[in-house]
Design a binder for this molecule. Structure first.
Ligand code: NAP
Length: 260
């Protein structure tokens, strides 16, 4: 029997997961992405784009969890594989709830958080609001996307340079005058990030505790320059996730060998 998996993505790891299982004839995957990023290359499997919630004929919103559960039943999925970003807490909560409603397996991958090394000056904050309330420095580099900008008080005195993958969604007039925006991806190497921090005379950096390699170069650069690093803590999740992709593959392989 072919197993149908709904793979929730939007991360590099989801792309790697799909790549790993794509040729396996025992599996049929449908990828689901929010469609926030405009630059993502195709995943190589059938892909649906956008949230699941929708307005019903009676004008009432069908929320994401119920909509996913209905979608699973209609399409006959056997598993939800959630490989969304650790800060994408809403979709993960909805998917977990939907899997309970539809009585199918929910498998979650969360990349491991970063750990400080000697020479690191790391400070932790509950959310972006708390971070901006606390942090006072000469020039703060912010890598936190739209969420960070939304939390930036208009009267924030500290000079901020924010790096964004996509242009801000809010009106520029709602943002403080002390803010400059650089559009671009995280630097590929710590040398590249160091060059950027030196160029702008950055005195501290702020980011989410995302984990993973793709955006870790800025931490190494901050270490090399002795900069303070302010990190927003992750949302918490119920126990039971995988933080090692090989273990997910093993778990799924065992499941497949039982059903074949
Ligand atoms: P979120 O707050 O958890 O989700 C907001 C809403 O977006 C969800 O309720 C859902 O809408 C829709 N959505 C999110 N991920 C989806 C998916 N994979 N497929 C279909 N709908 C999805 O998520 P977010 O923080 O906005 O992140 C959106 C996407 O970007 C995620 O897929 C995540 O993996 C990726 N991403 C996020 C971050 C980050 O820092 N948050 C960083 C890198 C990548 P409905 O309720 O209508 O279903």
């Amino acid at each position: 029997m072919i197993q149908k998996w709904l793979v929730l993505g939007g991360t590099k790891e989801a792309r790697q997961f799909i790549q790993h299982w794509r040729g396996d004839k025992r599996v049929q995957m449908l990828a689901s992405i929010a469609g926030v990023t405009t630059q993502a290359p195709p995943l190589g499997v059938e892909t649906r784009v956008g949230g699941f919630s929708y307005i019903q004929d009676d004008g009432v919103v069908c929320p994401g969890d119920k909509a996913i559960a209905a979608f699973i039943r209609e399409q006959g999925f056997h598993k939800i594989i959630d490989i969304t970003h650790p800060f994408a807490a809403q979709i993960s909560a909805n998917a977990r709830q939907a899997s309970t409603m539809a009585e199918i397996d929910y498998v979650q991958f969360l990349r491991a958080p970063w750990r400080p090394l000697s020479g690191d000056y790391w400070h932790y904050h509950e959310d972006w609001q708390a971070l901006f309330e606390t942090v006072k420095t000469r020039h703060l580099f912010v890598a936190g996307g739209q969420e960070a900008l939304s939390a930036l008080p208009q009267d924030y005195r500290t000079k901020v340079t924010a790096r964004m993958m996509e242009p801000p969604q809010m009106a520029l007039s709602d943002l403080p005058d002390s803010l400059d925006i650089i559009l671009g991806k995280p630097g590929a190497s710590s040398t590249e990030e160091e060059g950027l921090f030196r160029k702008y005379k950055i005195t501290a950096i702020a980011a989410k505790m995302s984990g993973g390699k793709a955006s870790a170069a800025k931490l190494a650069a901050a270490r090399a320059l002795g900069l303070d690093v302010h990190l927003v803590n992750r949302p918490s999740y119920p126990e039971g996730w995988f933080d090692d992709m090989r273990k997910i593959h093993r778990y799924l392989s065992i499941g497949l060998s039982k059903t074949s």
